[in-house]
Design a binder for this molecule. Sequence first.
Ligand code: TXA
Ligand code: MG
Length: 315
Amino acid sequence: MTSAPPLLLRPDATGIDQAAALLARGALVAFPTETVYGLGADARNGEAVAAIYAAKGRPSFNPLIVHLPSTKAAQSYVQWSDTADRLAQAFWPGPLTLVLPLRKDHGLSGLVTAGLPTVALRVPAQPSAQRLLRAFAGPVAAPSANPSGRISPTTAQHVVAGLGETVAAVLDDGPCAVGLESTIIGLDGVPALLRAGGLPLEALEAALGAPLPHATTPVAITAPGQLASHYAPKAALRTNVTEAGPDELLLGFGPMAADLNLSARGDLHEAAANLFEMLHRLDAKGQPIAVAPIPDHGLGRAINDRLARAAAPRA
Ligand code: TXA
Ligand code: MG
């Protein structure tokens, strides 16, 4: 832990080298991916990984996603399979996370996997993330860089506002292009969808040539992103609203009058990229939020998943 505000690093050679050196020293470095900003630590360093949980205030040790620069690097930690290969060839680098059985000699901290026999792996496409992972040349554990249960970060400013001095540095490369966390597929047994996300289910099913069942109880853990209340703004939030109440701020979709509009032209990719940024902006005003109906296909499925959790009663 540090006690100064985080260093803001530029995504140039100097910034990338500094970020990699900090990771190597066991510090926490937030970095951009195409989905959301991640809170990174060396996945082999137990103390560094423990600092992730402390910084986020994560209620328990839930397993983290390990980020790697390439499929080849990912393969060395797990028992690879034909299905993994097909999905990796189609979608890595990209917004897809695969959960696979660990190899015995994996070398990752037990805190990363929460003692499970599986690990979640991701190869992000965002160029600065790629350069950082290549410069560090090791596995980087990274959950979304937000306080546990709150709105996910899609800019460096969100990270600084949410986590402040608990992070040594933030690699700032502007807003995230996709704006929703990765889609998570369990490949420990029959392939199953563990979390809807930035890669649409339709694309995965097309690549697999088969329907992908939604896992009911994925594993013997409570995945934070699967908790009923998550991604929550401070204010109350209602979904599927066609008419906002007098004190509510309306978050629109498609051509309509609204305080902010996820996509006036009704484009789900644009809406996904805007979702967390607009929730952060509306939340700063301290009024209840009403969200217009979002079509439940493609990226709309993941948007509706995040909105339902943001709207759920808080613990
Ligand atoms: O897009 C993303 O996935 C972002 C960026 C930073 O890569 N990361 C992210 O991490 O969303 P996080 O920690 O917020 O969510 C990871 C999810 C959690 O719900 C966790 O429980 C689940 O992945 N997970 C991790 N390892 C798992 C495992 N072995 N089996 C099942 N679920 C697992
Ligand atoms: Mg998260």
